[in-house]
Design a protein around this ligand. Structure first.
Ligand code: ZN
Length: 411
């Protein structure tokens, strides 16, 4: 089809946060070296950045603004930022100080770390700013999704809590401002749902917003993940809901081998929570370390397109749910598969899903897509250990959660 002229183009906009600088700095992340470059390079090679890619939604490439101290300080502590944002301080810091800020083991200090924190934090905040534009209903930041970072510590390969910062920015954005002339504000306060599809529990985000108040919170976090004794990150909040659970801090743990079939059933719980909560904004963390073939080798999830696949779930959120959506990245330790997944999810978000038989186009990283050289990330042979009994227990746990959300929201 021919592209409409700029003036008559009324297609909704999907903002895609990317720049050469972001790609270079994000590619230095020790746990995912060069992944960012592969992700954005494949997306471009597949033609996703073309204005004519989809008749239903148009893409806008948006360079990230680097986050300043004040923006990062809305969540992170001054002490953490004073340390991590100054390469000289880090270079001269003692092992004890580095340990205090989590900069050891899986989060070693690295060259470019302070720029990384500013730029990746700023990238997700740039995505939130784009959602303020009336025509922009989807924003994508695959370099974000660092859901383990804490207020005063790096953790689990995450140095900046961009998900939490984005949620806080959305909360500020959605506070109804009292009108001086119209009397009391009648519009309801906006609601934001954070949904996390990463293999690992979203401890950084869930802990940041966990509350036990009996009020009617306007932010709900929901993490679907693997949980088992000793599996990172260990947290009491990673377990399935009980009668005492804060219904706005939800977890749905799955057993090894979780496949499309299991996710299709788990998704019914997600849909029921979404219906009860009725969010105006959805922040979707799309970690891809649960896909088959990831070195974590816990789940056996596939990219698409069948019911229960990652692409199917993301398509439900982006194209069927009400409200505006922010899509973030996350884990994913097979870089070619992460690039495949996020390129495919970008096409889903644009309303024009690519065929999973699409050949990987010739581009500088082509040889790394051996042996299939196709877009698909198919399921493997792992046995799905999520029994019918287990999933029925999960469904029953969510029955009461959904009822409680409904009661609280009605207040
Ligand atoms: Zn993960």
């Amino acid at each position: 089809m021919s592209a409409p002229s700029a003036e008559s183009d009324t297609r909704p906009i999907a903002a895609y946060v990317a720049s050469l600088e972001l790609m270079k700095i994000s590619s230095l992340l020790p746990s995912n070296e060069n992944r960012s470059t592969m992700v954005h390079t494949l997306a471009r090679a597949l033609g996703l950045f073309s204005k004519d890619f989809s008749p239903t939604r148009t893409i806008a490439l948006v360079p990230p603004q680097s986050a300043g101290f004040t923006e990062l300080n809305t969540y992170h502590t001054k002490e953490y930022l004073d340390f991590i944002l100054d390469p000289q301080t880090v270079a001269n810091g003692s092992d004890a100080t580095k340990a205090e800020f989590g900069l050891r083991d899986d989060c070693p200090p690295f060259e470019g770390m302070s720029d990384y924190v500013r730029l990746v934090g700023g990238a997700s905040l740039t995505a939130v700013k784009m959602l303020r534009q009336p025509r922009c209903d989807v924003a994508i930041c695959w370099d974000g999704g660092r859901h383990h970072a804490q207020k005063a510590q790096a953790a689990g390969f995450c140095y900046v809590a961009d998900c939490t910062l984005a949620l806080m920015a959305l909360r500020r954005l959605t506070q109804p401002s009292p009108s001086p002339t119209a009397g009391p504000t009648v519009a309801r306060k906006m609601r934001t749902m954070y949904l996390d599809l990463d293999l690992h529990f979203s401890d950084g985000v869930s802990h940041a917003f966990h509350q036990t108040s009996t009020g009617s919170p306007h932010l709900l976090t929901f993490s679907i993940h693997h949980a088992a004794p000793g599996f990172f990150p260990v947290s009491p909040l990673a377990a399935q809901p009980t009668a005492n659970t804060d219904p706005f801090t939800l977890s749905l743990p799955l057993c090894p081998g979780a496949s499309n079939r299991t996710f299709a059933r788990a998704w019914q719980c997600v849909e029921r929570v979404r219906e009860a909560f009725d969010p105006d904004y959805v922040v979707l963390q799309c970690g891809v370390d649960g896909l088959a073939g990831d070195p974590c080798a816990i789940f056996n999830w596939s990219l698409g397109p069948n019911e229960g696949s990652l692409g199917w779930c993301v398509g439900k959120v982006v194209n069927e749910w009400r409200g505006k959506k922010l899509l973030l990245g996350g884990g994913g330790y097979d870089s070619p598969n992460a690039a495949r997944a996020w390129a495919y999810l970008t096409s889903v978000a644009l309303g024009e899903p690519l065929s999973l038989d699409t050949p990987i186009p010739d581009h500088p990283y082509f040889p790394l897509y051996a042996p299939s050289f196709l877009l698909d990330v198919p399921a493997g042979n792992m046995q799905d250990q999520n029994s019918d009994d287990y999933l029925r227990a999960v469904e029953e746990a969510f029955d009461s959660v959904v009822a409680t959300i409904g009661e609280r929201i009605a207040k």
